[in-house]
Design a protein around this ligand. Structure first.
Ligand SMILES: [Zn+2]
Length: 297
């Protein structure tokens, strides 16, 4: 069956487990992306690399792949003189090509990169316009769902989720935040407070990505499940362990896939059934995750 937003909604309602692809950034670094480049440029300059990364994730057993559009907003792209519509259209075309209709394609949206007032210069209306533009372009090019991830400010996340619901034409919306310490984001928002807001906004899934490795995330499973009250699906996408600094002063994540998946197995058994990987994870991690999470057609 060709994947679309309607059968994704059925899958969500059935409670079936879903695997999201692994980190695009990590795979791009492995493919030699230099520090001066931005990942979104690759959609235009090296589409075959992006397609190959998607394809490896599809082959590893992803149910959902995310477009390479994390920072595809007008502020971040302006630094490289790139147009939002061109970057997002291309990214979706590449992901669709790699998906072959076998997996769902998610429009990936990350933080704008500028803080809302009073912490930064960004007005609420400006943030609204940024997210509305991304969602409208994404849905025009026809993605199956929208994933808003690595957020740390509940206000910004709420604006993004509202726009995704408003312009998403019924497509499922997943939201995910990065937890900084204990159960709070950098801005001090608790998991419970965020879930309450997102349930009101009628998003389809809420969870945690990045920041922590699987061991730290496992400790948050019961908090997340309680916060989501069984009303929306729960998701977790940890990094490959906690960050380390290597001899070249670069940040690395080096928990081996087998160790990673052992803890993911516990997270899954404890009730978080939408899983994926963030920084440091590659299709190899996904392949092992797939072995423990049953696949349903
Ligand atoms: Zn990450």
């Amino acid at each position: 069956m060709v994947k679309n937003s309607l059968n994704l909604r059925l899958a969500l309602e059935s409670g079936r487990p879903l695997l999201i692809d692994t980190a695009m950034g990590t795979s791009l670094l492995q493919h030699g992306m230099s520090s001066g480049s931005i990942a979104e440029e690759y959609n235009l300059e090296f589409p075959h690399i992006i397609e190959e990364i998607h394809r490896l994730n599809v082959e590893a057993g992803a149910d959902i792949i995310c477009t390479n559009t994390f920072g595809a907003n007008k502020y971040k792209l302006a630094e490289k003189n790139l147009q939002v519509a061109r970057v997002i259209d291309e990214a979706i075309k590449i992901a669709r090509q790699a998906s072959g209709g076998r997996v769902w394609v998610a429009l990936d949206i990350g933080p704008i990169g500028t803080m809302l007032k009073p912490y930064g210069d960004l007005e609420i209306e400006e943030a609204r316009d940024v997210f509305a533009e991304q969602v409208q372009i994404g849905c025009h090019s026809d993605v199956d769902l929208i994933i808003i991830e690595t957020m740390f400010d509940l206000e910004e996340l709420s604006i993004a989720a509202e726009q995704a619901k408003l312009h998403g034409h019924g497509r499922p919306v997943f939201c995910s935040v990065t937890i900084q310490n204990k159960d709070r984001t950098l801005m001090g928002n608790s998991i419970n407070e965020i879930a309450t807001r997102l349930i009101d906004l009628e998003v389809d899934a809420f969870g945690i990505n990045c920041g922590f490795g699987p061991a730290q995330m496992k400790d948050l499973v019961s908090t997340l499940l309680a916060a989501n009250q069984g009303r929306i699906r729960s998701l977790m996408q940890p990094n490959a362990g906690l960050p380390k600094i290597n001899a070249d002063q670069q940040i690395i994540y080096d928990m081996p896939p087998s160790e990673y998946c052992k803890i993911m197995q516990e997270i899954f058994t404890n009730g978080v059934t939408i899983l994926g990987g963030c920084c440091g994870t590659t299709p190899e991690y996904l392949k092992q995750l797939r072995q423990m999470v049953p696949r349903e057609s």
